[in-house]
Design a protein around this ligand. Structure first.
Ligand SMILES: [Zn+2]
Length: 263
C-alpha cells in the first residue's frame, strides 16, 4: 500500500534511474481522478501501444481517442528510449483484472510469474486496475514481429525500477497487461519474467547503475587496446584490470571473458 508519487518525485526518480524524461505540456494535471480512485498504488503495468511509424503516439497516450479518453498511461516510452510523461494520476490503461493477481503483486509473493489471470475488464469478479497501477505504454505494433530496440527496453526497465525503488517495492510489483487480464496479450515479445530479473538487477545497485558489457579477449588484444576500442580511451585499462581482479595486466588470454565498466 502506498501513496502515489507526486509529479516532482516521479520526475526525480526517473532521472536518478538514468531515464531520459520528456514532460508533455499539461501532463501534471492530466488524469481521470474525477472518474474514480487513484491510489493506494501497488504496482506498475507494462503495455504495447499497437502503433507503427507515423503515428503521434505520445499525443495519443496523452489525449486518448474517441472511445477511450486519455490519459492512457502515466507515460509513453518511445522506440528511441525517451520516457514521455503523459498522465499524473488515474489513467485508462489497466482496466478490470484479476484480484488474485493484485494480491500476488501486493504481497510480492509469487515466484517468476503470478498465476494466470481469469478476469478481464467487465467480467463479474474483475477489480479496478486503473486505481492501483502506474502504466507505461510502450511504442510497438504488438504484432509479434516489431522489434523492441535495446534503448527502449532499457528505458522500460529503468522507468519501472524508478517507481519500484521509490516505493520500496521489488520487481514483482511490475507486471504485463497480459498478466492482469485474460483478454490481453501485451507487451507482446517481452518475457515479463526476464523483464523483472532485469528490474531487480537495477534495484540491487544504486540508482543510475548500468550493467557493464562483457568482452571476450581476442588474439593480439591488450588491456590498452580493449579500453581504447570499447571505452574510447586506452588509459582506462586500469579500470578493466581492477574490475576483473587482474594482478598482472599482461595476463590475459584469448577466450577469456572480461567485464567492462560503463562507457
Ligand atoms: Zn495494455
Amino acid at each position: 500500500m502506498a501513496t502515489p508519487l507526486t509529479a516532482d518525485r516521479l520526475v526525480a526518480a526517473l532521472r536518478a534511474e538514468g531515464c531520459t524524461v520528456h514532460e508533455v505540456p499539461g501532463w501534471r494535471s492530466n488524469n481521470r481522478n474525477h472518474k474514480g480512485k487513484w491510489g493506494p498504488v501497488h504496482g506498475v503495468m507494462i503495455h504495447h501501444t499497437v502503433t507503427g511509424p507515423g503515428v503521434d503516439v505520445v499525443g495519443l497516450i496523452f489525449r486518448g481517442h474517441s472511445t477511450l479518453p486519455g490519459p492512457l498511461a502515466t507515460g509513453c516510452i518511445t522506440k528511441d528510449g525517451v520516457v514521455h510523461l503523459t498522465g499524473n494520476g488515474r489513467a485508462n490503461h489497466a482496466g478490470g483484472g484479476d484480484g488474485d493477481v493484485l494480491q500476488a503483486v501486493i504481497g510480492e509473493s509469487y515466484k517468476t510469474r503470478p498465476a494466470a489471470p481469469t478476469e478481464h475488464d467487465g467480467s463479474a469478479g474483475a477489480v479496478d486496475g486503473n486505481a492501483r497501477f502506474y502504466g507505461w505504454e510502450c511504442e510497438n505494433k504488438g504484432d509479434g514481429k516489431d522489434p523492441w530496440p535495446r534503448v527502449q527496453y532499457d528505458a522500460m526497465v529503468r522507468a519501472t525500477a524508478a517507481i519500484c525503488r521509490s516505493h520500496g517495492w521489488n520487481a514483482r510489483s511490475g507486471i504485463g497487461h497480459l498478466e492482469w487480464s485474460d483478454w490481453k496479450v501485451d507487451p507482446r515479445g517481452i518475457d515479463m519474467a526476464d523483464f523483472r530479473r532485469d528490474v531487480d538487477e537495477l534495484l540491487a545497485h544504486p540508482a543510475g547503475w548500468s550493467p557493464g558489457a562483457t568482452y571476450t579477449v581476442a588474439r593480439g588484444d591488450t588491456l590498452w587496446s580493449i579500453a581504447a576500442s570499447k571505452l574510447g580511451n586506452g588509459n582506462r585499462w586500469r579500470e578493466i584490470a581492477t574490475q576483473n581482479g587482474l594482478k598482472n595486466p599482461d595476463d590475459i588470454t584469448p577466450g577469456q571473458k572480461l567485464t567492462l565498466p560503463a562507457k
